[in-house]
Every structure is written in C-alpha cells, then in structure tokens.
Design a protein around this ligand. Sequence first.
Ligand code: EPU
Length: 349
Amino acid sequence: MSAFPNSTSKPVPDRHCLKNYNTFGVNVLARHFELINNIDTLRQLIISRTLDTEDFCILGEGSNTIFRTDYKGFVLKNDMKGIQVVQENEDSVWVEAQGGENWHEFVQHCIRNGWGGIENLSLIPGSVGAAPVQNIGAYGVELKDVFESLIAVNMRSGRVERFSLSACRFGYRDSIFKNRLQGRYFIVSVILKLNKAHKHEFELSYGAVKERLEAKGQKPSLQSVSDVICEIRRDKLPDPRVLGNCGSFFKNVVLTKSKFEKLHKRFPEMPNYALSENQIKIPTAWLIEQCGEWKGRRFGNIGIYHKHALIIVNHGGGTGREVSWLSEKIIESVYDKFGIEIEREVNII
Ligand code: EPU
C-alpha cells in the first residue's frame, strides 16, 4: 500500500478550479472547463456530441451559481466579448452586447455614450448573458423594460436562434430560460433599445435615489444617477471581491391580493409594494429579519450579512453544502412564522 495514495494522481490544471469563477468563492473543481469565446467552438462541441456523455453547465460570472461539490461534467464559461450599435434613429439606439461582457462595465459604456435606460442597474454583479435569464432588476427598472431581443445557441441542435421580448416570457426575476428552457440555450448576445439623452426619462421613484441626489445638490444625469445607485448598493451590499456572496440569495415574495390581505391582518407592519392590481411584493429580507435569529449571524465559514438579511456571505472556506444547509434552515423558519415558502434566487448545482 502506498503511504501517499494521492502522490501518483495527476495534478489538476488550475483552469479547472472554479474558485475564481463564482462570486461566492466556493472552491470546487470541474472535470472539464471550456472558455467559449466564439459560436463555432460551441457548435463544434454540440455537433460532435462531446457534451452528450456528460452533464454540462453554462456559467457567466458565477454570481448566481453555487456548486455543492466538484462538478463532474463540462463547465462552459461564456467569454463572448464585444459591444456594438446595430441600429439607430433620432431618439433611440439599439445596442448589441455579447454575453460574456461584464454587466456593470457594459452599463458604464452606455452611460459614457449617453444612452439611457440601464443606469439604475449599475453595479449588479454578473454578465450580460446572465441578465435576461433572471430578468435582473433594481431601483424600479428591470431588464425587460429595455430589452429588444437576444441571440442564443440551441444546445441540442447547435442552431443559432433569436428570441423576441415576448418569447422570453419575462417575469419578476424570471424568464423562460429559468423554466421550460433551463440549460437548453447558450446566450450569445443581448440587444437593448436605449434612449438618447433628449428622450430619456429617469426612474427615481424607488428607494432613496431621489433623496440622495437632492442631498448632494445634483441634477439627474446618467452618471449622477448611476453614481448614487452605486453608493446605495455599496452601503448595504458586500463587495464579492472582499466578502464572497451572490447578491440577494432569495427572491422577494409575490402574493395575490387576497393572500396578502389575510397575512397583513396578522402582520400589519409588513412592508409591501403593489406589482400589479392583483400582485403584491413582500420583501423577503423583512420576513427573514422578523424570524429574529438570522441577520448578522455566523455559522462556521458562512453567515448572513449584518446589513442585509437577503445576503448569505462566505467568511472564507464556505462550501456549497453549508450554503444549502443554511438556506434550508432559513426557508423553514420563514415558513414556520409566516406560512410562506420563500424561493432561492441563486442556483445550487
Ligand atoms: N429589509 C429588511 N431587512 C433588511 C433589508 C431590507 O427588513 O435587512 C426590507 C425593508 O423593508 C426594505 C425592503 O426590505 O425597505 C427592501 O429592501 P431593499 O431595498 O434592499 O431591496 P430588496 O427587495 O431586498 C431587491 C433586489 C436587489 C436590488 C434591490 C434594489 C431581489 C431579490 N433583490 O432587493 O437585487 O438591488 O431590490 O432595487 O429582488 C440581487 O438580485 O442580487 C439584488 C441585490
């Protein structure tokens, strides 16, 4: 028997280590890892049926994905780069961004060029290709508000297809790519219709955006609104480069009006926002906080951020298994108190 049973095993190349490819910083390995920076490489993998024998998963910047254990298949990292104007008229510009672009850098590019519409989505972690999957949103704006279409590769046939706004079936943090077509398409690029300056109206109604601008004596401009939103986010959300996290770990709860009214009788102080005539959004952070035992607490290597109850953080060495365990406990405790089953926004693989 060898004294060092692992000493003959081949060293695992660095590129298979996923620690730098997920914002939570889970240290796991992938059996195969491919950087996809052009459609042909991807289509080759599909057409040659290389992916048929093993699982595969598509990764953007890994800001919404946590691996429970080592991944025994192909990780396909979207590394498609490029931003270009594809159409323009007096009032609008249609901009196509490749899926592997960093979302925040893309937002800044649009701001520098004077294109309005996504400044409220500043500093959302992740890639352009991941943005439509969960219809990212913040401060009163969602991706769907400016979305024109996207181009994606069908992972079964290798065909390149276009999805219109209606085909994407966007909802609150939701799209067809999270449901029926989950894992079936690789998003190559996204086309947004943005406003030129004279046509742009700012959305300042949500949260403290307007108040902050006024306190600073600033008029709304693409840059000033983006700066204020970055400030607000930095005040209450941890920087994943400093403290690993996936942003909001759970989705907010959306209830029908009648369900909400019953619950509101029992908890009259419950914050709530009307999404539509029959849909009321409840902040899950508030529900978690009311359970009393979570915010700011640490459990070994992981914990709940002290400034925001929706955020699970990695204090160092946290694993997907620990996150899965903690998130289950939180789900149970919210259910016990409110009878509501909260849902994860983050995918645990
Ligand atoms: N609240 C608490 N306790 C907390 C934090 C918040 O009770 O610890 C309550 C307060 O009543 C507060 C309300 O929750 O007014 C809303 O909080 P916040 O403005 O922070 O927004 P959120 O609903 O928790 C959503 C998005 C964020 C986005 C913000 C701002 C989801 C799941 N999250 O959070 O998105 O930045 O609104 O628009 O919809 C993300 O998806 O990763 C993300 C950070």
